[in-house]
Ligand binder design. Structure first.
Ligand code: AMP
Ligand code: MG
Length: 530
């Protein structure tokens, strides 16, 4: 039973703060076009056939003070078939650099923002339906989303939150009852797939590209309006009258983005499409598409088959974030008197990323960031060793946590590590000997520092997830849901809401990638088709 203070979603009070405070336009709502001098366009959702509530986030609903209430009414609302008083459906205008090139106007081509509500803690949360039909920004696409990508976004948003990684949230997953045509591999063989809509929730969905579009068009008035709005409502710690406010704000965006990058590296997340339209101004993980998780430790891994050059590969992400911040800085130039005032922000990115990644990386091996007494080298060496064979990153760090580094067997590796390897029968001798040397050095370091095993394990348990929503597991949940069986999805949600605790009853979701998934569609390779 939800606490009594919780009110049914369909009886909640809504507003649309963003739409009330910023200029918009109400041209033909479903006609693709260039929209100028507006931050948003009126965009009523296109109703669907037979909405069905497939999943609901109880933890998020609780934080919002919401109860699900009547599920049929909720499904209708979150499919876009009806609106509540105070809601105002809009699509936001933004642009972006895609794969390094300016792409012009993009905008919410299928996300429709309904409005926002105040949570009991005073935070304002905007509700957005992803896949709710055509908007002025749909270009040649259909405004819809498929079950496969929607389920992935729902589960991953939930997982990221519980992993402690800043993210937009997802409240609900609704099946539309309408098929959607997708060419999943861009190979000229489109197929019908079930459609679905995710209800995304965040304090704001403003992106780097939201500023770039106005700068590119020379629309300094809108650029300033949007920047002032974002500062006033999302960065209250910055004095809105401070002449240096844009520089201070940019530095804070850079700092948050750096923290986010460190988290992504720590949990092994690869976003897949870090275009500037997919970077949140609040430093949240946003726009889950062809994302993936490291199975094998491989800095060059990307799940996105569209990204042939590996621009957005795992280890490239901090550098790309910095490149994207440069694009944001370019966009903000008209607001600052001298470009140099944005430089401390760029420095803040580098400094924050370095210290934050260092802290988190060391926590992964149970050490604290002391003045460097070789601990950085210890972690760097370990990552280098992991690249010598196919080792599962997530399983390895949890196994390292449970083994006693002071008790190395006479030959070979500690038995705790056995289950981590994808090709255990052919472990390179260089790998075994270097890992043995490393474990000895690690053990010596722990002894020198007087770190008890209890402390070490507690630190490691908080930094190394026991479970992440691996692509092959998501694919299994998608296959079952497509056949009408939601039980796997529900079990998976329970498991990923407690990611740092070993849950033997959910072991199947934490297992290393099975051989069948090595090259399977949706498991190791994803396209942007969603
Ligand atoms: P993404 O890289 O997936 O974040 O999307 C890039 C741009 O394409 C955004 O402007 C999206 O709104 C738009 N887009 C992606 N898929 C669709 C779709 N099915 N219908 C309309 N617009 C879409
Ligand atoms: Mg996007």
């Amino acid at each position: 039973m939800p606490p009594r203070s919780h009110s049914p979603l369909t009886e909640s009070a809504f507003d649309h703060h963003f739409a009330r405070h910023l200029p918009g336009e109400s041209g033909p709502p479903r006609q693709s076009r260039q929209v100028t001098a507006a931050c948003w366009s009126y965009a009523p959702p296109t109703p669907v056939d037979s909405p069905k509530l497939l999943a609901w986030s109880e933890p998020l609903a609780n934080a919002l003070g919401l109860a699900v209430g009547n599920t049929e009414k909720v499904a209708e609302l979150l499919a876009g078939n009806r609106l509540l008083p105070g809601m105002k459906p809009i699509a936001a205008c933004y642009g972006g650099h895609q794969f390094g090139n300016w792409a012009g106007q993009l905008g919410d081509g299928r996300a429709i923002s309904l409005g926002d509500m105040l949570a009991p803690d005073g935070q304002r949360w905007e509700f957005q339906l992803k896949g709710a039909g055509l908007t002025p920004y749909s270009r040649r696409a259909d405004g819809r989303a498929v079950l496969r990508s929607s389920l992935r976004e729902f589960v991953c948003s939930e997982a990221m939150f519980h992993l402690g990684v800043p993210t937009t949230r997802a409240l609900a997953l609704v099946g539309t009852g309408e098929p959607v045509m997708r060419d999943m591999f861009y190979d000229g063989r489109p197929e019908m797939e079930p459609g679905a809509i995710v209800t995304r929730v965040a304090p704001s969905f403003v992106r780097f590209g939201s500023f770039e579009i106005f700068a590119a068009r020379g629309d300094v008035e809108r650029l300033q309006q949007l920047a002032d709005y974002v500062i006033a409502h999302h960065f209250p710690e910055i004095d809105a009258a401070d002449p240096d406010r844009y520089a201070l704000w940019f530095a804070e965006v850079a700092r948050r983005t750096a923290v986010l990058m460190a988290h992504w590296l720590r949990v092994g997340f690869v976003h897949g499409v870090m275009n500037t339209d997919n970077l949140s101004i609040l430093g949240l993980t946003i726009d889950y598409g062809p994302f993936g998780w490291l199975d094998v430790f491989d800095p060059e891994f990307t799940p996105n088959t569209t990204d042939q050059g590996g621009r957005y590969a795992y280890a490239q992400q901090p550098g790309v974030a910095q490149w994207n911040l440069l694009r944001l800085a370019d966009a903000l130039l008209p607001l600052v008197h001298r470009p140099e005032v944005l430089e401390p922000g760029l420095d803040a990115f580098g400094e924050t990323f370095e210290s934050e990644w260092r802290r988190q990386a060391l926590q992964k091996i149970g050490l604290e960031a002391a003045e460097n007494r070789g601990e950085d080298d210890l972690m760097a060496r370990l990552l280098g060793i992991l690249m010598l064979t196919e080792v599962d990153t997530t399983l390895f760090f949890r196994a390292l946590m449970t083994l006693d580094p002071a008790r190395l067997p006479a030959t070979g590796l500690p038995p705790e590590l056995e289950g981590c390897f994808y090709t255990p029968q052919i472990l390179p001798t260089a790998f075994v000997s270097r890992l043995r040397d490393w474990l000895a050095a690690y053990s010596a370091r722990l002894r020198d520092e007087g770190v008890s095993d209890e402390t070490r394990q507690a630190r490691m348990a908080a930094a190394n997830p026991w479970i992440i929503p691996r692509n092959y597991v998501l694919q299994e949940a998608i296959n079952a849901a497509t056949d009408g069986d939601l039980s796997l999805l529900q079990q998976l949600l329970i498991a990923i809401r407690n990611p740092y605790t070993a849950q033997p009853e959910h072991a199947r979701f934490a297992a290393k990638r099975p051989e069948w998934a090595r090259q399977a569609p949706g498991c190791s390779a994803l396209s942007c088709s969603s």
